[in-house]
Design a protein around this ligand. Structure first.
Ligand SMILES: [Zn+2]
Length: 357
């Protein structure tokens, strides 16, 4: 058990997070509110918060996908997006998270299901929520728009017949979104049979437009997915990346080029990337000199929070206050936010640490 002093330290520390999905972080209460607004209560298996919380609980990957798809279906109108982004900001305030780089998947709302929404509708909705969150809570949100890799491969059992349309629509949204805080371009979803290489045609233009390349890799697939992301997508950070531990040459490369990893320990346990915290390589990767960050991925779906992920570092990986603060600082350091905002956030963080360590 953790002592209460370290819990208080974690709760009070001004945190930053660079790997969390907007659609995967909507609280059950908000999903119900959206279902009521949009007359979609019949699309949920239960109609009370407790029941929904139980249904959310991770059991296996197919169930996770079912829940994710149902949640996505609740987001129908620009004001729905404004609400979930505002609620996201409220959650940041509750957990003392000063900065979040949030992954959003426009294609799921534009092309995967026809909701009658345009790119401008989505950008307008999320920007309204972001501004309101900033005004009321003083929190900073920036965006990573990501391509749902599986949408580009019509056959789930084969990496043949790549369809560029979802990627291109995502690129168009991300380039337009630079006006409202998009700082990164990502690649999400299930890696098996969805290698990174075919996506080079959208990552090139995204990088040239000033966006960070932040693909998920080395989670459900091994080192080859990370190598491909480095070589073909010009990855600036790797989402997850934990399976780099299987390849010493890759570890050297990530260290030499100082490519940060966005690690999500509890998500990895739920998805059986690693079977237990004891088997998780977080600390090993850190001790090897790689830049690691800790994140919550899809917090209510994995029954976690960013605060709890820091508690995992303390309880299971043996981090003390100085170690926790060093990991927390990495998240600010690797963020894609404008340099002046980063400098201000880092100064606030450093002065808090020097007063509290
Ligand atoms: Zn993720």
């Amino acid at each position: 058990m953790l002592d209460s002093d370290i819990r208080k330290f974690i709760a009070a520390m001004p945190k930053a997070e660079v790997h969390i999905h907007l659609e995967g972080s909507i609280a059950p209460e908000t999903v119900l509110e959206l279902a009521r607004r949009n007359n979609r209560l019949d699309k949920l298996p239960v109609s009370d918060v407790e029941g929904l919380r139980k249904w959310y609980t991770f059991t296996d990957f197919p169930h996770f996908v079912t829940v994710y798809v149902a949640i996505m279906g609740m987001l129908q109108k620009p004001e729905d997006f404004a609400l979930v982004v505002y609620e996201h900001g409220a959650d940041m305030a509750r957990q003392n998270i000063r900065y979040r780089e949030v992954t959003f998947t426009p294609y799921l709302h534009l092309g995967w299901e026809d909701k009658g929404l345009t790119i401008a509708d989505l950008l307008g909705g999320i920007e309204e929520g972001r501004q309101r969150a900033r005004r009321e809570f003083g929190v900073e949100i920036r965006w990573v728009f990501d391509v749902p890799r599986n949408a580009n491969f019509p056959d789930p059992n084969s990496a043949e017949n790549y369809n560029p349309a979802p990627s291109e629509l995502t690129l168009e949204a991300a380039l337009a979104g630079r006006q409202v805080g998009v700082v990164g371009f990502g690649l999400g979803g299930y890696e098996v049979n969805c290698p990174p290489e075919p996506f080079a045609h959208v990552f090139g233009p995204a990088k040239r437009a000033g966006l960070l390349s932040v693909p998920h890799a080395g989670e459900t697939e091994g080192p080859a997915s990370i190598w491909g992301s480095l070589k073909e997508l010009g990855a600036d950070r790797i989402g997850h990346g934990v399976r780099a531990i299987e390849d010493p040459a890759l570890l050297d490369e990530l260290k030499k080029r100082d490519i940060p990893l966005e690690i999500n320990p509890t998500s990895n346990i739920c998805l059986h990337v690693h079977e237990s915290y004891a088997a998780h390589p977080f600390r090993k990767l850190d001790e090897m000199g790689l830049t690691v960050t800790v994140n919550s991925d899809d917090p209510p779906l994995f029954n976690t929070t960013l605060t709890q992920e820091y508690e995992v570092l303390a309880e299971h990986f043996g981090y003390d206050r100085a170690g926790l603060a060093r990991i927390a600082r990495n998240a600010y350091r690797v963020a894609g936010v404008e340099e002046d905002v980063k400098t201000r956030l880092l100064a606030e963080f450093d002065s808090w640490v020097s007063a509290n360590i």
